[in-house]
Design a protein around this ligand. Structure first.
Ligand code: C2O
Length: 500
């Protein structure tokens, strides 16, 4: 665990977390990367030092703090080609931002092409020492983080070259798993004391796979989704998509023993899949050191549409479909000729000049931003309603879409066909569901910046499944404070032709 002021050194390290040895891209040499912890109100100064050398993977990098709104600090959002130029090998870059009004479970990951699939992912926890809702979930221990990740046996760059997503070989829970042909490396163990109540933070650090998470013979109360408090909801399993997080309160109320923690992956990939590889162990103090012999007992899955925001729950805008100031429908498709995803007809092709730099160089409208077609200008202080249709399995669905710069109200979930403007859950990554449905979200444009909206299946992002919301272009130009370090990464913007 490291604090709000820290170095993150990015380097290539050989590890075998599932019994297969490969070169990876890691923060401070470990997988997952070190947990970054701080408090609401803290100023974070995280110096990212690039020591990458392995030519089979990207040697540049950039780091995104997933879920952090970056109010007044869009330059620190960490998205190569949107808010910054990549950090070059042997260079470093100081991310310096304050988190005034957010607390909960976040994560960080490379946001350069598909580099995070090579390992660069970690947890980012913001505590609220004055959490007014603490008594609601009074727990004895809230230190447990359970990360879920799909794991690959070849460099992510191979997918960029072939255009075909890689197939994961194992699920890593807290960095440990078992490849079907690998040696039986020890599984991750979560220790609990009988009778105590725990807050478990579940983070899907996935490149692709979604997981159904459960613990045999145990039930949970959901209290947080993606850094937003929820009204307590009792469930015994949660399906969690790439980029999403949940906090689950669990009482260790079963007989002393060992219980399987399960993260069952969806159907894509996993050659020779066998369920035991996707597991970790919940071990009560006093239980023998042994594998569990328990069975999956879950019967009460989380349905997102049953999840509600805890405070000020109403969605912004008028409470009917199309009742926002700006109502957007962005359809996606797949173009088999170019082998790219498109959104309203255009694949997202990363610009050479980052979008923020284009705006600071004088771009006035979305039409000025290049390459054309992937930009939507959002006016300041308006309510936006965005509808994202679901997707057939054959088109890679269901797609989890993540919006940078905001949390949003999910007025219609991918798993539901009704709208809820009264008390929808707020979050930052939403499953858009299958082809017969859609997800509809609402948010207020109170945060100037170029904000990425993209499928968090990293292979799909690389194939163009993204757009950028240019929110309040005049505000970005008027208020942008970019540090010298940012200027240094990119060519001077006052002399730039944004179209180059
Ligand atoms: Cu978690 Cu655009 O990313």
């Amino acid at each position: 665990v490291i604090g709000p002021t820290t170095d993150l050194t990015i380097k290539n390290v050989n590890i075998a977390p599932d019994g297969f040895n490969r070169s990876t891209v890691l923060a401070n040499g470990i997988f997952p990367g070190p947990v970054i912890r701080g408090n609401k109100g803290d100023r974070f100064r995280i110096n990212v030092i690039d020591h990458l050398t392995d030519p089979t993977m990207l040697r540049s990098t950039s780091i995104h703090w997933h879920g952090i709104h970056q109010n007044q600090s869009a330059w620190a959002d960490g998205v190569a080609s949107v808010t910054q130029c990549p950090i070059a090998a042997n260079d470093s870059f100081l991310y310096d931002f304050t988190i005034p009004d957010q607390a909960g479970t976040f994560w960080y990951h490379s946001h350069l092409a598909t580099q995070y699939c090579d390992g660069l992912r970690g947890a980012f926890i913001v505590n609220d020492p004055q959490d007014p809702h603490r008594s609601r979930y009074e727990v004895d221990d809230e230190s447990t983080i359970i990360t879920l990740a799909d794991w690959y046996h070849e460099p992510a760059k191979n997918a960029d070259i072939s255009g075909i997503p890689l197939t994961p070989y194992a699920t890593l829970i807290n960095g440990k798993g078992r490849w079907v042909n690998g040696t039986a490396v020890p599984l991750s163990v979560v220790n609990v004391v009988p009778g105590l109540r725990y807050r478990f933070r579940i983070i899907a650090m996935s490149c692709d796979t979604n997981f159904v998470f459960s613990i045999d013979q145990h039930t949970f109360t959901v209290i947080e989704a993606d850094g937003e408090n929820t009204a307590p909801l009792d469930v015994d399993s949660v399906q969690i998509y790439a980029g999403q997080r949940y906090s689950l309160v669990m009482k260790a109320n079963q007989p002393i023993g060992n219980y399987w923690i399960r993260a069952n992956p969806d159907a894509r990939g996993f050659p020779g899949f066998d369920g035991g590889r996707n597991s970790a162990i919940l071990r009560y103090v006093g239980a023998p050191v042994a594998d569990p012999t328990t069975n999956d007992t879950s019967t009460n899955p989380l349905k997102e549409s049953n999840l509600h925001a805890l405070t000020n729950p109403a969605a912004p805008g008028a409470p009917y479909v199309g009742g926002a100031d700006v109502n957007l429908l962005i359809r996606h498709d797949f173009d088999f000729n170019t082998f790219h995803y498109t959104m309203n007809g255009y694949p997202f092709i990363p610009p050479t000049v980052p979008v923020l730099l284009q705006i600071l160089s004088g771009a006035q409208t979305a039409q000025d931003l290049l390459p054309k077609g992937s930009y939507y200008e959002l006016p300041h202080n308006k309510v936006i309603e965005l509808t994202l249709p679901g997707s057939a399995f054959e088109l890679g669905g269901p797609h989890p879409f993540h919006l940078h710069g905001h949390s949003f109200s999910v007025v219609r979930s991918g798993d539901s066909d009704t709208y809820n403007y009264v008390n929808p859950v707020r979050r930052d990554t939403v499953n858009t569901g299958f082809a017969d449905g859609n997800a509809t979200i609402r948010f207020v444009t109170d945060n100037s910046g170029p904000w990425f909206l993209h499928c968090h299946i990293d292979w799909h992002l690389e194939l163009g499944l993204a757009v950028v919301f240019a929110e309040d272009i005049p505000g970005v130009q008027a208020n942008a404070v970019t540090p010298d370090a940012w200027d240094k990464l990119c060519p001077r913007y006052d002399s730039l032709d944004p179209g180059q």
